[in-house]
Write a protein that binds this ligand. Sequence first.
Ligand code: ZN
Length: 242
Amino acid sequence: MKYALISDIHANVEALTATLSDIDAQGVDRIHCLGDVIGYGADPSACLELVQERCDIKLLGNHEYTALGRQSTDLFNEAARLSAEWTVGQLSERDLEIMGAFELDRAIDQAYLVHASPYRPDSWHYIFTTDEAHLAFKHLKKKLCFFGHSHLPLILSQDADGNPRSRVGHSFEPDPDQTYLVNIGAVGQPRDNDARASYVVFDDDAYEIAFHRVEYDIEKAQSKMTAAHLPEVLVSRIAVGR
Ligand code: ZN
């Protein structure tokens, strides 16, 4: 089976539609979404509708968790808080219903899917380094975990003796003797100095992982954010991918 995995769309419908078109050209069997469909961008409802229509497994991100009132916006920085407040004002009953059905985590055949970390998924830990990956590896019950949250394509691996290694996200064939945490990067707000949308295709028969980048109409997404009076720092960052 071939799975496309997407995460951190952040209400960027231009990035999402371009990514879905690219995915359609890959001939995948299923699309799974690892959360943060909303927040930061100008089109939360349109993105929720598309994810609902196109994705099989749909996971909660911290932005959905906050919009559903399960945690306070106090945990956000100022720009994130302002955009979260704007987002809540845009959401319909149907949007809340769609997000309300999102799951915290899910295991598929050969992989575990989560937004932030296998260690306490609803605590939204960030994993950037092998040190930060320690607890995640400890709590991971599969050889492979796909996650998002930091918006940085990243591969953290651990050998049978527990020795960790970290690499920038790239296409590879996992070694069946190693355990992997694979950050698939962000569709709607990449932060690895590459403004293109990021997603991953996992072929569990060939046991291959492929990273993909997709160009989209960034200026259009920015002009809608500006018209919605979303914070300038959020508007400018999507053009530079930071
Ligand atoms: Zn995010």
